[in-house]
Design a protein around this ligand. Structure first.
Ligand SMILES: Nc1ncnc2c1ncn2[C@@H]1O[C@H](COP(=O)(O)OP(=O)(O)OP(=O)(O)O)[C@@H](O)[C@H]1O
Ligand SMILES: [Mg+2]
Length: 285
């Protein structure tokens, strides 16, 4: 599919809803991911962020609502089909093959998109292609020096980088990243943020993240979820000024002030690595 059809966003959710029995984890969510933009989705624990990613990536079917990729209705497409069409994702929990090398992890991810590698008469060519794509993704994610290391030998931050590399190896246009900075130290966070800024070129990125310093440092747009519902969506400055967001997010006026401080701080270092070096501010549960 082409990167863009007219003015259509790369990926667009319309009224996306997912119920688990009596619980509505995602409720009527409208959201658009545009090329060259980082769209952050924030919210307290259990707000429905990962469920939203599962819906956008096809891992879960929606109970109601629609999903469009470059304007084409792809509602109900399963994850492998959406991955082939250009929707890639990373997971909240580490999802790498621990005993395999970094290079092999990336090659397997590239092969998963080709989905034809198991035909014997095609294997030589498709393996070559998969290796080239895997290597390219590995280098882009800054892991070339670790190519031969087993994934289990990587630091936590490098494993998260490998997850992004594996996602890139599938050649996505839309990148859905579920807490890529979780558990990282300041240096690793700064490296990941710099990679995300790089990836903005050529991709539409959805970033689910609890680290407010990082979110306000890199996001072009922020959507805020509470109990499965979007309560606000807009540019970082508008989100920072939104009283409902401040109160829903941190629960009191003191917290509201704190969110404003983080946002103001990020503004004074626009898109700078300094944001990653700041204190991590997790959502209140
Ligand atoms: N497969 C499932 N079956 C039943 N309930 C689920 C399922 N997946 C998620 N939920 C529930 O849906 C709600 C939203 O969960 P989700 O994991 O999407 O939240 P989240 O915003 O990603 O939270 P966190 O910040 O802690 O990762 C939670 O109440 C969760 O328990
Ligand atoms: Mg989650």
């Amino acid at each position: 599919m082409n990167a863009r059809h007219g003015n259509e966003p790369v990926l667009r959710a319309a009224g996306l809803t997912r119920r688990f029995g009596g619980l509505t984890a995602v409720s009527g969510v409208d959201l658009a991911l545009d090329l060259h933009q980082i769209h952050a989705v924030i919210g307290t624990n259990g707000a429905g962020k990962s469920t939203l990613i599962n819906l956008l990536s096809g891992e879960l079917a929606p109970t109601a609502g629609q999903l469009f990729l470059h304007g084409t209705d792809v509602t109900g497409w399963p994850q492998p089909r959406l991955a082939c069409a250009g929707v890639g994702r990373s997971y909240q929990r580490n999802n790498v093959f621990a005993p395999l090398s970094v290079r092999e992890n990336c090659r397997l991810a590239a092969q998963s998109r080709a989905q034809r590698a198991w035909r014997l008469w095609e294997s030589a060519q498709s393996c070559r292609t998969a290796r080239a794509l895997g290597d390219e993704a590995m280098e882009r994610a800054g892991l070339a020096d670790c190519a031969a290391l087993p994934a289990m030998a990587l630091s936590h931050g490098q494993k998260r980088q490998l997850e992004v590399a594996m996602c890139l190896a599938t050649q996505p246009v839309a990148l859905l990243l579920d807490e890529p900075l979780a558990g990282m130290g300041a240096e690793e966070s700064a490296r990941m943020l710099s990679l995300l800024r790089d990836l903005r070129e050529g991709h539409a990125i959805l970033l689910v993240e609890h680290d407010m310093d990082a979110v306000f440092a890199v996001a072009d747009r922020i959507t805020v979820m509470v109990n499965g519902v979007v309560i606000a969506s807009g540019e970082p400055a508008a989100i920072r000024a939104n009283r409902e967001v401040q109160q829903a997010y941190l629960g009191d006026d003191e917290g509201a002030g704190e969110l404003a401080d983080v946002a103001a701080d990020a503004d004074s270092h626009p898109h700078g690595a300094g944001a990653a070096a700041g204190t991590r501010k997790e959502c209140a549960a």
